[in-house]
Design a protein around this ligand. Structure first.
Ligand SMILES: [Zn+2]
Length: 211
């Protein structure tokens, strides 16, 4: 049976690194999902996200201001989500289905207020400049399993992650993985995503421990 996996990118969009990521995806003929920070969506960067969407990528939410949302009131949380939903609607015509909490910081209030599926992922500390492209690739490849959601960052200037893609993608293709969007990954594994699970792998069933 074919293994499935999703590449996801946080903290965009922008007009330098995001287009470089899109070039790599085109080169290998695969999709990915982009979790956008609402305040990073400008007329110029929205065009880049529109191109990503046109290329078969999924557009998701990563809040408006990238705050630690566990410190926000329900009203502030709602405002963060609505702002970015509206910006994304202008790009794709629909509100995003998936949400990645900034810093993967989650509490009960967020789970109650945010009517989306929460996504975490397997990471590589790819926001740290001292982590080389090779180390980023190694960390991801060591954790990659059927159903995994790979969490990388297309933040401005993050060229080492762009370089790491030339290691990660061919290695996983050779290993028999098919790259999908997050929606497609759930569908391929026959999983109906549930609220209350913070997914790093779509086959996960452990619920977030409410306090
Ligand atoms: Zn982030």
């Amino acid at each position: 049976m074919k293994k499935h996996i999703a590449l996801t990118f946080d903290d965009g969009p922008n007009t330098d690194t995001t287009p470089q990521v899109l070039e790599k995806l085109k080169k290998y003929g695969i999709p990915a999902a982009f979790f956008l920070v609402g305040d990073n969506i400008t007329p110029e960067s929205a065009e880049v996200s529109r191109a990503a969407f046109g290329q078969g990528c999924e557009i998701c939410s990563h809040s408006r201001t990238h705050s630690v949302m566990t410190e926000l009131s329900p009203e502030e949380i709602r405002a963060e989500i609505e702002f970015t939903d509206n910006k994304i609607r202008e790009i794709t015509g629909m509100a995003p289905r998936f949400f990645r909490p900034p810093y993967i910081a989650v509490n009960d209030v967020m789970l109650d207020v945010i009517d989306k599926i929460f996504i975490a992922g397997i990471g590589a500390e790819d926001w740290l400049d001292e982590v080389t492209a090779e180390m980023r690739a190694e960390k991801i490849l060591a954790q990659a399993k059927n159903g995994s959601i790979i969490l990388l960052h297309d933040m401005r200037g993050n060229s080492k992650t762009v370089a790491a893609l030339d290691i990660i993608i061919p290695a996983l293709l050779n290993d028999g993985f098919e790259f999908l969007t997050v929606s497609e990954l759930f569908a391929a594994e026959g999983v109906e995503p549930k609220r209350g699970i913070i997914y790093s792998n779509v086959l996960q069933t452990d619920m977030y421990w409410r306090r």
